[in-house]
Design a protein around this ligand. Structure first.
Ligand code: APR
Ligand code: PHB
Length: 421
């Protein structure tokens, strides 16, 4: 079989890329390891930046999002029992929208299913000849062996996928693992707040978010190795009440613990293999950037692939890594900043006072609030590939945890930066 772009993975990156390529008249085939029901019901975060919403509309998949998505004008930062409002819309003129990632996946899959072959339950996916102009993907589907010859391959197969592993000898990895995770729940309960609440608390961070007027989504900071069995529902509600104040309780129908990690692979391209989304980078969820970065990557990748395939022009394809990483590193910095400002870093009273000073600064200074707000809603999409200066890559295989977090932790203070990743 032959196609122009073989896309591995039917997450937000793979499906959005398929939509963009199809719109541009480029053939593609999507190979997904899991079944459709699993992919469409996998619970993840659900905060869309304005750029992401705009692109979904542009692609013709914004109808349900416009109907059911919850547009938000601001967020609260909470400490010592008091909420401080950050007026995102007033400060930036832009919004965020709450709409579950699995709803985005359903909308994209429904829109694509008649247009682009999506092979769910594709097993043993392997990449070959990626340095040639005709890279191949082999896989098993319906108990048969298949081979797909392509002009380019898009590795959109998430953090644990096969694509990045194929080029692991050619990439530099920047990595930091936080010593805590988030316990997340979905509950049948009317949210007790109009806007999201990011709460600093001596007992640890908590986040109040939602999916609808009837469904609340809440998160608690817990140790990275925490066992969910230690968290019966009544303990979860009691702890949420301690950290968030007023919380509406209801039936918890989903709960799980997500580890927190920052990771970047560079470059995001080797030969004719291009990585996009979680396969190339992950961020801690505090800044809610994961899905938005995946969508931004493919916004840049689609025209690069189109030019490469149509006219053999390689400048956009060659510039893909630098263009994508510009936003990725901005998001890494912002996610790290939010995480370190709001979580119990286990680093003692000095670090706590720094956190409170930062929160206080945001409450007092419009410049500080504006900086947070423009990062939170996401900077406008770059019109082209121009960078103010070329990126240079760190010439070593990986960075240490202490380096990754050095801005506000001192190794002697025993903070996150001093904790092995
Ligand atoms: N072969 C085929 N498909 C694979 C393979 C493989 N070997 N390995 C993984 N996949 C599939 C996964 O089953 C998943 O459906 O690739 C898809 C990757 O999707 P995501 O993990 O959602 O990654 P991405 O599309 O980059 O979206 C990033 O998802 O993880 C969240 O918070 C993150 O919101 C962010 C977004
Ligand atoms: C979510 O609604 O799931 C969500 C919102 C904001 C975040 C993370 C997750 O920072």
């Amino acid at each position: 079989m032959r196609t122009q772009v073989g896309i591995i993975g039917a997450g937000p990156a793979g499906l959005t890329l398929a939509m963009l390529l199809h719109r541009d008249g480029i053939d593609c085939v999507v190979l997904e390891a899991r079944d459709r029901t699993y992919v469409e019901n996998r619970v993840r975060a659900g905060l869309l930046e304005q750029n992401t919403v705009d692109l979904m509309r542009e692609l013709g998949v914004g109808e349900r999002l416009d109907r059911e998505g919850l547009e938000h004008d601001g967020i609260y930062l909470r400490a010592y029992g008091r909420n401080h409002y950050i007026d995102l819309a007033g400060l930036t003129g832009r919004h965020i929208t709450i709409y579950g990632q699995q709803e985005v996946i359903k909308d994209l899959t429904n829109a694509l299913i008649e247009k682009v072959p999506i092979h769910f339950e594709a097993a043993d996916v392997a990449l070959h000849d990626i340095k040639s102009d005709n890279p191949r993907i082999t896989y098993q589907h319906d108990s048969q062996a298949h081979e797909l010859t392509c002009d380019a391959i898009a590795g959109c197969d998430g953090f644990h996928g096969v694509s990045r592993r194929t080029i692991e000898n050619h990439i530099t990895e920047y990595d930091y693992t936080y010593p805590f995770g988030w316990l997340g729940i979905l509950a049948e309960a009317k949210p007790a707040t109009d806007e999201l609440i990011y709460a600093w608390n001596e007992r640890g961070f908590a986040l109040y978010t939602m999916r609808s007027q009837k469904i609340s989504r809440l998160y608690l900071q817990v140790p990275a190795d925490e066992d969910i069995a230690n968290w019966p529902d009544d303990r979860i509600w009691a702890e949420l009440g301690e950290r968030l104040g007023e919380v509406n309780e209801g039936n918890i129908y989903e709960k799980g613990i997500t580890p927190m990690r920052s990771y970047v692979a560079e470059p995001m391209q080797h030969g004719r293999l291009f990585l996009a989304g979680d396969s190339a980078h992950i961020v801690p969820p505090t800044g809610a950037k994961g899905l938005n970065l995946a969508v931004n990557d493919v916004r840049l990748l689609a025209p690069a692939l189109t030019e490469l395939i149509r006219g053999g022009r390689t400048d956009r394809a060659d510039g893909y890594t630098a263009a994508a990483l510009r936003r990725v590193w901005r998001a890494q910095d912002f996610s790290n900043y939010m995480t370190r400002m709001l979580h119990d870093l286990g680093a003692g009273p000095f670090q706590q006072q720094l956190q409170l000073a930062r929160l206080d600064y945001i409450a007092r200074s419009e410049a500080a609030a504006h900086s947070l707000a423009e990062n939170y809603v996401g900077l406008p999409a770059e019109p082209d590939f121009q960078l103010p200066w070329p990126r240079s890559r760190t010439r070593r295989a990986s960075t240490s945890s202490a380096t990754a977090c050095s801005p506000i932790s001192s190794p002697t203070a025993g903070g996150v930066g001093a904790t092995p990743g």
